[in-house]
Design a protein around this ligand. Sequence first.
Ligand code: TYD
Length: 207
Amino acid sequence: MKKGKFITFEGCDGCGKSTQLKLLSDYLTEQDVPHIFTREPGGGKISEAIREILLNGKNSEMTDACEALLYAAARVQHLHDRVQPALDEGKLVVCDRYVDSSFAYQAYARGLGVDFIGKINAYAIENYSPDVTIFIDLSPEDAFKRKHGADENDRLEQAGMEFHKRVYEGYLEIAKKESRVAVIDGKQTPDGVFESVLKVLKDRNCL
Ligand code: TYD
């Protein structure tokens, strides 16, 4: 039976998510809040092995549907291995990306559509809906400026600006539809973003 809260972080590549996760990790440790940090794809032996297949730049012949199914498969294993046990212990679970990434990247940007992505992620959607999803709102143009260009070894980052713009539009669509998604202005300073993150988590009774 789920007792802990489940928080997910979403955003375009380079939106500043990692910095916010680090700040939150320091904060939770300082405040003695029992928690775990985890990430998708990954967060366990089998899921990390799937991650390596997904993000390996050499796998360029992978079909979009195969990609989407691998993300969904990694997710089910991750929920079983890490998320459920921590929730059972009453811990706060903070996850770097979750099912909204599959909607933004695979449904919207790859064009597989929300029906297909909804179906293959039904297990996650029906059983593990996040209590809050923090969406760090930074356009890919602004994000890539900060990152000084794409990482050439990362298969997804090779996909180009048009793809990332569709990812961003996908996120905006999801944020409009889902009240669990809190939109935070990613153009603020890192401290400003973090202040907004803490406010959302407190307002929604996660802290
Ligand atoms: P990662 O290096 O962890 O990127 P980031 O630091 O931006 O989170 O790589 C994860 C990549 O996987 C990222 O480009 C988004 C993508 N992704 C999907 O396309 N679908 C998904 O369901 C998930 C969880 C991630």
